[in-house]
Design a protein around this ligand. Structure first.
Ligand code: PLP
Length: 361
């Protein structure tokens, strides 16, 4: 194959990109991707299959997904007529928002380290991406630094993950208010971990004409169905909706999510369990000699080891446990790793494997 042909036509930002790497988890305890480890009781699975029996997969999905939207508004505690845009995961919503405001010389800004998709989408679409470092001690947001960068770069969009991935903390509300006031463009509050934080900006939505709030069902237990939602003023959402491909939420996802939202208490019970287990896991991580862990409002914990994080990661994998290595992803994440909260049994396996690995290194 002649690479010259590809290099001539594939855009420079895409060629510079490293493909988003998803580790193979075959046979491992999978604690790398913030998934909910729990499944549904068998009778509920039976009811769900029964519902799917009536789905017409030969037909295109409902383009407006109105039934699903009604369920999602109710689930999120929003008014019946609240404007909402659905994405194939919130990843797609990030892309839709960026596409809608793209143009020569435009900038996207976010504090860093944060969710890598903001930078990736920005670079692919030809934006300049400005990352403003969080504070090294506790990953809190430095509002002065962010507002200074906003004044300098005039970003079209600021992304704020609340709680932030991979650091797990919620940004201070007054700091976010200052950023909302300083931003000349749109501020996207990404609440992917809302089920574990319990704090939301949804109630403040229409107080700020430049704010939209994004949530997802992925971390609550439906990662495989790929449904994310964006709430905000109709004026923004109507424009974003023009960019959305018409059938972005497939029929199986529409029917399945509508079904499970009728049993939303199950998701709430599962996430409450995960929140309680997160606190237990945090205490155990803190007590391990040579590890530093940060408190989390999400369903994962960030920690640093006195040993090489890479060796800890490899050692854990040999012991059958897959977590996420973050060393190298950002200077503030030196020797850091991120573990998703699993079932109590999985958390036990992780802690024993980690003890063994740290003892042998
Ligand atoms: C996981 C994650 C997302 C993406 O979620 P999907 O809805 O599964 O695409 C978005 N934002 C943050 C901060 C995340 O951690």
């Amino acid at each position: 194959m002649n690479r010259g042909l590809v290099e001539r036509w594939v855009s420079a930002p895409v060629r510079r990109l490293e493909a988003y790497h998803v580790a193979d988890a075959g046979g491992l305890v999978k604690l790398d991707a913030m998934e909910n480890p729990y499944t549904w009781p068998a009778p509920l699975v039976g009811e769900w299959f029964e519902r799917l029996r009536h789905v017409s997969i030969n037909r295109y999905p409902s383009p407006g997904a109105e039934e699903l939207k009604r369920g999602l508004r109710r689930y999120a505690g929003m008014a019946e007529e609240a404007p909402v845009l659905l994405g194939n995961g919130s990843d797609e919503l990030i892309q839709i928002v960026a596409m809608a405001v793209s143009g020569p010389g435009r900038t996207i800004l976010a504090p860093e380290p944060t969710f890598v998709m903001y930078r990736m989408v920005a670079e692919v679409l030809g934006f300049r991406f400005v990352g403003v470092p969080l504070r090294a001690e506790d990953f809190s947001i430095d509002a002065d630094a962010v507002c200074g960068a906003i004044a300098e770069h005039q970003p079209a969009v600021v992304f704020l993950a609340c709680p932030n991935n991979p650091t797990g903390n919620l940004f201070d509300r007054p700091a976010v208010e200052r950023i909302l006031a300083a931003a000349p463009g749109l501020v996207v509050i990404d609440e992917a971990y809302y089920p574990f934080a319990g704090e939301t900006w949804l109630h403040d939505l229409y107080r700020h004409e430049n704010m939209v709030v994004m949530q997802t069902l992925s971390k609550a237990g439906l990662a495989g169905l790929r449904v994310g939602m964006l709430f905000g003023p109709a004026e923004w959402l109507e424009e974003f909706d023009k960019v959305r491909l018409p059938y972005n939420i497939n029929v199986l996802s529409q029917a399945s999510v509508s079904f499970i939202l009728e049993h939303a208490d199950l998701l709430r019970e599962q996430t409450a369990q995960i929140r309680a287990d997160r606190e237990a896991l945090y205490q155990r991580l803190r007590e391990l000699p040579g590890t530093e862990a940060w408190p989390s409002r999400a369903n994962f914990l960030l920690f640093r080891t006195a040993r090489r994080a890479r060796s800890v990661f490899d050692g854990l994998r040999e012991q059958g446990v897959l977590i996420k290595l973050l060393d190298g992803a950002h200077p503030l994440l030196r020797e850091c790793l991120r573990v998703t909260v699993g079932t109590p049994g999985e958390n036990d396996r992780f802690i024993s494997a980690l003890r063994r690995v740290l003892d042998t290194l």
